[in-house]
Design a protein around this ligand. Structure first.
Ligand code: HEM
Length: 514
């Protein structure tokens, strides 16, 4: 094919295996892809054992290919192990099918920007609970506290009563025996739903990591019978475990949600779930919970980490909060319009350390051209969101720095306002592009805005002298959680009783007591 002479540039590969040796075993692949971006440009060509891959490294290329031509680029390629795990039921991994459309429609219905504002009250209350836990709860780890806060979404999906009755970590006896990072490829389902959902997420995302399974490079290996293929046995077993877990969460929610407001109840009681089979309904609710949980809690962890590294940013945020909100009331969603610095902090966190630096690839459904480059039909298209967020031409030479001011203009009074071009735009690329763009984006933004604002309003975050380990080489498409220590202290006297007073008057808390 003459056109193949016009494939985008990329690193030279080996005969037969192509670029596999360069990418296989390379943890945090987005850093390597971003290094190549500076050598080869906005689109890079790779070949993994004959599979064409084009990496999209720039926002203009992503907008042109994934948004303007989205009809041609919304399908996912086939990953054999992921298929055995149940990808056809797991929305972020599903092919571009009628079933995906029905799942997307049902989830969009409860997550679009106006629907998302219904959750403001519970997100505001959850932010207060998080602050209380950060300051005064010595019994759980930082990660557990952040996960519990991100689990607000579970109450939307499964109903508040279900979440309160059994899902929150404080209700569980003992800690899970194995943590996520110790066993990413062995699925562990425990009585702790938050831990189990995180483990399910890692099982899927690590199964699509480039080069992680030989069978995806050499599909002929799929003909091996189960007794000769450990990966197949494990994937079949894990699919069963996930299905059983999702089904039990779903059915427990159906029993407990007497108010019938949860996504689960709406899927059963209204036309929302009409295009979905019973099995698809418990999978979609389970998988959306997975997608919501760790992305949000990892972003909160990076926020706290950034505050330990950049006290100057924390000081400026405190100044803005003292000026706009004061200390006699807690932040509300209606305050955010007057808090440009806080809004810039949230944008900068998502730019600086996106929880998903690369995304499950798409596939080109037809032969196509981008600028003068040829994209053959069947090419896997990989979004390098990290590379886009670290684009020096867009964000300046200091892309490694955490600097919210890049989204701000300073006024004559020495205050800040958001640059007009980011007032209604994300300013980063971390939610992806086109028809598969994150469906939970509005809920996620709201949780981060009110969570980060409330933490900064109430708490001083200081580093504790320790070795920070950011170099872990997980073979996964998700950003590893920073491992660090810090100290939280109240920002003003009387905070403890003020928080308790707020909590005593919560709707959420009252229902909790019923
Ligand atoms: C900071 C938080 C979050 C980030 C950075 C994030 C990012 C992303 C990204 C990059 C994708 C893939 C987009 C693509 O293929 O181009 C995605 C997909 C998805 N996200 Fe999120 N997400 C977040 C939170 C959430 C939340 C809170 C929910 C649910 C309430 C959610 C539900 C989903 C679902 C269901 C998909 C699959 C969409 C599809 O394939 O149609 N996410 N997310």
């Amino acid at each position: 094919n003459q056109n193949r002479r016009n494939l985008p540039p990329g690193p030279r590969g080996w005969p037969i295996v192509g670029n596999l040796p360069q990418v296989a075993g390379e943890g945090q692949i987005w850093r390597l892809l971003t290094k190549w971006k500076y050598e080869y440009g906005p689109v890079t060509y790779l070949n993994l054992c004959g599979q064409d891959i084009i990496v999209i490294n720039s926002r203009p290329a992503a907008l042109e290919i994934l948004e303007r031509r989205s009809a041609m680029y919304s399908d996912r390629p086939r990953f054999i192990v992921s298929e055995y795990l149940g990808s056809e039921l797991a929305m972020p991994f599903t092919r571009y099918t009628k079933a995906w459309q029905n799942m997307r429609r049902a989830t969009h219905e409860v997550l679009h920007s106006q629907a998302a504002s219904q959750y403001h009250p519970v997100q505001t209350e959850e932010a207060i609970i998080l602050v209380q836990n950060l300051l005064f709860d010595q019994s759980s780890t930082l990660r557990e506290k952040l996960n519990a806060s991100a689990a607000t979404m579970l109450s939307v999906i499964y109903g508040r009563k279900s979440v309160n009755s059994s899902f929150l970590p404080s209700m569980h006896i003992g800690k899970p025996a194995v943590t996520i990072s110790e066993a990413p490829d062995k699925l562990l389902i425990t009585s702790d739903i938050l831990q189990s959902l995180a483990n399910i997420g890692h099982r899927f995302t690590s199964s699509v990591y480039p080069g992680s399974y030989l069978v995806d490079a050499f599909p002929i290996l799929d003909y091996l019978p189960k007794f000769l293929a450990k990966w197949k046995r494990e994937a079949v077993r894990d699919r069963r475990l996930m299905g059983e877990a999702f089904q039990s969460y779903y059915e427990e929610a159906l029993r407990n949600d007497v108010n019938r407001g949860s996504l689960v109840a709406r899927l059963e009681d209204t036309t929302l779930g009409s295009g979905l089979t019973y099995e698809e309904r418990w999978w979609v609710t389970g998988v959306v919970s997975v997608a919501a949980l760790e992305t949000t809690s990892t972003t909160l962890a990076y926020f706290i980490f950034a505050m330990t590294l950049y006290p100057r940013v924390q000081r400026r945020a405190h100044e803005e909060l003292d000026r706009v909100i004061g200390r006699t009331q807690n932040p509300m969603f209606s305050d955010l319009q007057n808090l440009p610095y806080i809004r810039a902090v949230v944008k900068e966190i998502l730019r600086w350390n996106p929880p998903l630096p690369v995304v499950v690839p798409r596939i080109a459904l037809e032969d196509d051209w981008y600028e003068n480059y040829y994209i053959p039909k069947g090419t896997a298209i990989l979004e390098n969101l990290w590379g886009m967020n670290y684009d020096k031409e867009v964000y300046g030479p200091d892309v490694d720095e955490f600097r919210p001011e890049r989204f701000l203009l300073e006024t004559e009074k020495g205050e800040y306002e958001l640059k007009p071009e980011v007032e209604n735009e994300d300013g980063h690329n971390s939610y992806g592009f086109g028809r598969r763009k994150c469906v939970g984006k509005h809920v996620a933004d709201n949780a981060l805005l009110i969570g980060i604002c409330t933490i900064l309003w109430a708490v001083n975050i200081e580093p504790v002298e320790c070795k920070i380990d950011l170099a872990r080489n997980t073979l996964d498409t998700v950003n590893p959680i920073p491992d660090f220590q810090c100290k939280f202290t109240p920002r003003f006297e009387g905070l403890e009783s003020f928080l308790q007073h707020l909590r005593d008057n919560f709707e959420y808390f009252k229902q909790n007591k019923d």
